[in-house]
Design a protein around this ligand. Structure first.
Ligand code: AMP
Length: 192
């Protein structure tokens, strides 16, 4: 199986690159942000717990996210692999992901980080906010999300660096240019 973790700050283009990767490699896309927004829309218990945290730019509890992810992996049949988008966001989640995949006889092939300049992240998120309808795409929450990202998620990068699974791609320019780099990285990781 080919399992990719796509990481990067909010607004770094994880979702856009994930959509292209899914088409090219036939993977199953798991976005924890999308899953949470669906729970909120359906008014589930998890959705109710997550709503205020998300609107405030905070992370939802590890246990909730890990349980949601386990359920999604276990209910997916016949896939060539997964692309995890927006997960793991903490080291505890990264450890849990390794364990879950090991239980299924597979592992994370590589973690791919999207590199984007700070000013460009804010510009892209504000632009997205005009049409996304997302409660967290406003300047105040964007700043909080970027802080949360630095504090909780950067240690996740070190976790993958230490196990030689870390790769990064420049996403300051076009979607196409970034994907050319992404494809090279994935193809190299597959042939290792
Ligand atoms: P995203 O769509 O990935 O930007 O996620 C939107 C929001 O959902 C985040 O700001 C968090 O509040 C929450 N969220 C998404 N994924 C996770 C995760 N893996 N761990 C904790 N909170 C998450």
């Amino acid at each position: 199986m080919l399992n990719i973790v796509i990481s990067g700050a909010p607004g770094s283009g994880k979702g856009t690159q994930s959509d292209i990767i899914v088409k090219e490699y036939g993977l199953t896309h798991i976005s924890t942000g999308d899953m949470l927004r669906a729970e909120i829309k359906e008014g589930t218990e998890d959705g109710k717990k997550a709503e205020a945290l998300i609107a405030d730019g905070k992370l939802v509890p590890d246990e909730m996210i890990i349980a949601m992810l386990r359920h999604k992996i276990e209910s997916t049949r016949e896939t060539k692999g997964f692309i995890f988008d927006g997960f793991p966001r903490t080291v505890a989640q990264a450890v849990a992901l390794d364990k879950m995949l090991a239980d299924h006889g597979t592992s994370v092939t590589c973690m791919l980080k999207m590199e984007v300049k700070h000013e460009l992240l804010i510009e892209r998120l504000l632009q997205r906010g005009k049409t996304s309808g997302r409660a967290d795409d406003n300047l105040e929450t964007i700043q909080k999300r970027l802080d949360v990202y630095s504090n909780s998620t950067l240690p996740v990068i070190d976790f993958y660096k230490q196990s030689n699974r870390y790769q990064s791609a420049n996403n300051n320019e076009s979607v196409e240019k970034c994907f050319t780099e992404v494809k090279q990285i994935i193809d190299n990781s597959i042939s290792k």
